[in-house]
Design a protein around this ligand. Structure first.
Ligand code: SF4
Length: 245
């Protein structure tokens, strides 16, 4: 018998919404869809196989690795940076685009900013990097670490939505304005987006400062810690420095 877990329900709901948007000619708030959210099999089949997230992500990563929709990025990258972490994660961290080190290693958030993100997770939240899923709006490094062009974000959006459809997280934490603006289709400054929850296709979204910004502006760490605590409260994650009675 196919038992419906909350995760399965959320995943099916997300897939259904993505399909509805696609049928209407968009995958996300006006973005064109060159690919279906899930290419290889029906939603019913996927919904009945919740343990196939890892396999589905690997198949999608292979597609991303050969993508050349953004000609400039496809020719200048060393490799695509798909995402890492738990394919069943309740919480995803979404950044902007790979930097030089990420482009070299093929993993997101591995430089100094990545170390700070790891500290936020392990020392602040008391969870491991491998408990969450970490990815970016763009899967290829923009030359010179420039901001993604709108058409590049649009090109890569289908991959992001398909990653989300596979993982079906309950929470997303957007790191920085570029991630928040692209996901939520807004131009509201990050300082006004942070501090509260937003919604993306039923997923609860918190926006906070990018770790690279925190390295340049340490005084903003207090605000990010407030955002992380908001997330921890909603996820019922106990603060690591509070001992159980
Ligand atoms: S950024 Fe995304 S859409 Fe553009 S070439 Fe890279 S993988 Fe393809």
């Amino acid at each position: 018998m196919n038992r419906q877990t909350p995760e399965t329900n959320l995943r099916q709901s997300l897939l259904q919404k993505l399909e509805d948007l696609q049928r209407a000619g968009v995958t996300h708030l006006g973005h064109a869809s060159p690919q279906p959210p899930i290419a290889a099999e029906s939603n019913a089949e996927r919904g009945s196989q919740p343990n196939n997230h890892d396999r589905d992500l690997k198949i999608l990563a292979q597609e991303v690795a050969t993508c050349d929709r953004c000609q400039e990025l496809a020719t200048s990258r060393n490799q695509t940076v798909f995402g890492v972490g738990n394919p069943h994660a309740r919480l995803c961290f979404l950044g902007e685009a790979p930097g030089a080190e990420e482009d070299r290693q093929g993993k997101p958030f591995v430089g100094r900013a990545g170390k700070l993100l790891t500290d936020i997770l392990e020392k602040g939240m008391g969870i491991s990097r491998s408990d969450v899923y970490i990815f970016n709006i763009l899967k290829c490094r923009p030359p010179g670490n420039r901001n993604p062009h709108p058409e590049e974000s649009e090109n890569c959006r289908t991959f992001l939505d398909r990653q989300l459809a596979i993982i079906a997280p309950e929470f997303i934490c957007c790191l920085g304005a570029v991630a928040a603006h692209n996901l939520l289709n807004t131009t509201t400054p990050i300082g006004k987006l942070r501090g509260t929850f937003h919604d993306y296709l039923g997923i609860r979204v918190v926006c906070t400062y990018h770790p690279a910004y925190l390295l340049r502006n340490p005084s903003a760490k207090k605000s990010t810690w407030e955002d992380i605590q908001l997330l921890m409260d909603a996820m019922n994650i106990e603060k690591p420095n509070i001992k159980k009675p």
